[in-house]
Design a protein around this ligand. Structure first.
Ligand code: AMP
Ligand code: ZN
Length: 138
């Protein structure tokens, strides 16, 4: 993808702090970290997000996230980690090349990723459950 900043990072046309690379994935530091050590894990092939990435590529991404998460926790002495995958603008995606965020967290860092704790009415949860089950890929 010609205009994709992450494809440019893969091709070394843009600078980045690369942590790890294998045949299908690469991990580098986020340029504007939530906490220092915040890293991204991306596929080397260009996919937009969860909705177009093939299963095998997603497995490869997940394996790299698993590896990098443990290294970041140890290196940053974090108390915990958040792992995010933003999909589409409505969910906060800004760079449209699939990427996981791995964010070191500390008991006292004051960062709050909070959502409203909505409530299901009556049998609404059953309805949602059934609607989603019907859409599962066979
Ligand atoms: P998202 O909102 O999930 O699309 O997040 C995109 C992330 O990419 C943000 O956290 C940015 O700080 C990060 N980012 C954008 N450009 C670069 C870059 N050149 N190098 C490293 N991280 C970047
Ligand atoms: Zn790309």
């Amino acid at each position: 993808m010609d205009n994709c900043i992450f494809c440019k990072i893969i091709k070394r046309e843009l600078p980045s702090n690369v942590i790890y690379e294998d045949d299908t994935t690469i991990s580098f530091l986020d340029i504007s970290p939530a906490n220092k050590g915040h890293a991204l894990v991306i596929s080397k092939n260009h996919f937009t997000n969860i909705f177009d990435v093939p299963g095998l590529e997603f497995i490869n991404l997940s394996k790299t996230v698993h590896t990098i998460a443990k290294a970041i926790k140890e290196a940053t002495k974090a108390d915990g980690l958040n792992i995010f995958l933003n999909n589409e603008k409505a969910a906060g995606q800004i760079v449209f090349h699939i990427h996981y965020h791995i964010i070191p967290r500390y008991n006292t860092d004051g960062i709050q990723f909070k959502w409203p704790n909505k409530k299901y009415e009556h049998n609404e949860s059953i309805d949602y459950c059934e609607r989603i089950k019907k859409c599962l890929v066979k």
